[in-house]
Design a protein around this ligand. Structure first.
Ligand SMILES: Cc1cc2nc3c(=O)[nH]c(=O)nc-3n(C[C@H](O)[C@H](O)[C@H](O)COP(=O)(O)OP(=O)(O)OC[C@H]3O[C@@H](n4cnc5c(N)ncnc54)[C@H](O)[C@@H]3O)c2cc1C
Length: 435
């Protein structure tokens, strides 16, 4: 069987390059990266860095004449130290592979985006990826201790330190996390690993409406429990997953919450979560069976691919304070009705992070239609109005620059521009992406 070569000029956002790149470099060593960047700096050529291309913001989409620098071949786990609770990795390591290897030492790597099986640790660092376990363990920034970065002149710097504590100097490693390939190229990292929880318990609760499910998230927030996972899915998403996988999730209600607790008191804690969920649910079940938990979380990870089977989606990624989640969901429903477009909603409810997915018939040229973009604008506006953000975890990329600037405000944008100019005076690193 012939396997098609991966398209290294785009990502999963649906955005297409404005023209062919001049070159695609598949780096195997840090020296390859440095040599490529030095060459680009001399010629004033843009460099578009990419990991696995699973990004949803158009950050790894080529621009005409640029060098695409693919880091997926720099994929070694260099060391795992169970005493320090750290791993040293190259950027192209697949996230799930790091978690699996940590597991051999009784540890785990907490950041687990829905794309954990395909995305790279470097891409996760560049986007400050969140994930299903974010409700308890935070985002990628919380796991990164230090980074090795190739700067825009090809030099290599080490930022941060391998210790859990340390406050010498500005937090430049933290600045690189989430900088989307616009300040430097991450060629190595030391990340934090945590002891693998001895016990895991998983609950699922069905609700008559999505608003009821959102209200239950608030009930969990004040219950005293701290679930590692708290995911929300609406009826349309459940139906899409059912159609794609043969499951029967939709028949239990128009919304589903999946919660998972972990640690020594996982069973006791899930009982508290289940009691909080039961207030508004039509049914709640919980289990300590790993196979059942795996089935539920795998179904959740299928949400986006299942919707992609239905049509060409515009994938959004807002967050609002958890206390405003129900309001945000109600308002998204109003946008769908007013714009007359289907909007699927799922997300990391424990973080107030919703993924409204707008699926409208593509234009004749295959482009996402204007009505979908207008609906997205309405959703960004409501996120900001409710005190939230236009991108919780996918990043700004090429798709959300205008809205990111609106969210940041003129003063913060000026500071961003100064930081960018300091790191990348020629503006060759991922131009047109980020801020
Ligand atoms: C099915 C599905 C589910 C998803 N679920 C989640 C989720 O739950 N949470 C979440 O946060 N995201 C999610 N995503 C989005 C995506 O997987 C993440 O943004 C991920 O971090 C991208 O990693 P990547 O290796 O594919 O990076 P790419 O897509 O290749 O690149 C992403 C950005 O990072 C930059 N970049 C990549 N590597 C480096 C590097 N080494 N140095 C500097 N810059 C670099 C690129 O220039 C680009 O701007 C999902 C995507 C899919 C398809």
């Amino acid at each position: 069987m012939t396997v098609p070569a991966p398209d290294r000029t785009t990502d999963r956002s649906g955005l297409r390059p404005d023209g062919p790149p001049s070159e695609v470099v598949i780096a195997r060593t840090v020296a390859d990266v440095q040599e490529t960047v030095r060459r680009a700096a001399r010629a004033g050529t843009s460099v578009i860095t990419r990991g696995a291309g699973s990004g949803l913001a158009g950050g790894a989409v080529a621009v005409a004449g640029a060098i695409v620098l693919d880091l997926s071949g720099l994929n070694r786990i260099l060391s795992i130290d169970p005493v320090d609770g750290t791993a040293r990795v190259e950027p192209g390591v697949i996230t799930a592979e790091l978690d699996r290897s940590a597991g051999e030492h009784g540890l785990f790597y907490a950041p687990d985006p829905g794309s954990v099986g395909i995305s790279t640790v470097g891409g996760n660092i560049a986007t400050n990826a969140g994930g299903l376990r974010g409700a308890k363990y935070g985002v990628t920034r919380d796991a990164v201790l230090s980074v090795e970065v190739v700067l825009a002149d090809g030099s290599l710097v080490h930022l941060g330190r391998p210790t859990i504590k340390g406050v010498t100097g500005y937090d430049l490693a933290g600045l690189i996390v989430g900088s989307e390939g616009t300040l430097g190229i991450v060629v190595g990292a030391t990340v934090r690993l945590l002891p693998k929880p001895p016990q895991v318990a998983t609950a699922s609760a069905s609700f008559a409406t999505l608003e009821d499910a959102a209200a239950a998230v608030a009930a969990v927030a004040v219950s005293g429990a701290r679930p590692a996972v708290l995911e929300i899915l609406d009826g349309a998403t459940l139906a899409a997953i059912d159609a794609a996988t043969g499951s029967a999730l939709r028949e239990h209600g128009d919304a589903l919450l999946i919660a998972q607790t972990d640690g020594f008191g996982a069973e006791q804690e899930i009982a508290v979560v289940a009691a909080a969920l039961a207030e508004g649910a039509t049914g709640v079940e919980w289990t300590t069976d790993p196979a059942e938990a795996h089935r539920l979380l795998t179904a959740r990870r299928e949400a986006l691919p299942a919707i992609e089977r239905i049509g060409r989606p515009l994938i959004e990624d807002i967050a609002v304070p958890r206390s405003r989640l129900a309001e945000a969901i109600g308002r998204i429903r109003q946008v769908a009705a007013a714009r007359e477009v289907p909007i699927f909603v799922f997300g990391h409810a424990g973080d107030g992070n919703l993924h409204p997915i707008i699926v409208a018939e593509p234009d004749t040229d295959g482009a996402i239609p204007e009505v979908a973009h207008r609906a997205a604008d309405d959703i960004f506006a409501l996120a900001l109005e409710l005190g939230g953000t236009v991108t919780a975890e996918h990043g700004v990329g090429r798709l959300k620059r205008d809205w990111a600037r609106r969210e940041l405000g003129a003063d913060a944008v000026r500071l961003h521009e100064k930081v960018k100019a300091l790191f990348d005076p020629q503006g060759i690193l991922n131009p047109g992406s980020g801020f």
